[in-house]
Design a protein around this ligand. Structure first.
Ligand SMILES: [Zn+2]
Length: 83
């Protein structure tokens, strides 16, 4: 399981030409603007709420990862009996 959402692919439509701008969740979280690869327009990103929500989801995701590991370890412990 991936530890964060930051490497997940994400795209937005360019407000100037309508073509998709493909980046990652991490890019849109960290940058205040993005350049369109099709028409070259600079697009300002109002991402403060997005950043907060991604950070919160990342924290939940690491919590979930820890639970998955814990459960996995417990199951391995039980399975050891059969070896
Ligand atoms: Zn464009």
């Amino acid at each position: 399981m991936s530890n964060t959402l930051s490497s997940a692919p994400m795209s937005i439509p360019c407000p100037s030409c309508g073509r998709e701008i493909k980046k990652t969740v991490g890019y849109f979280k960290l940058h205040s603007d993005v350049g369109c690869t099709s028409c070259g327009a600079r697009i300002a990103l109002d991402n403060s709420e997005f950043r907060r929500n991604v950070n919160r989801a990342d924290r939940e995701l690491s919590k979930l990862n820890r639970e998955v590991d814990k459960f996995n370890r417990e199951m391995r412990r039980l399975a050891r009996k059969f070896r």
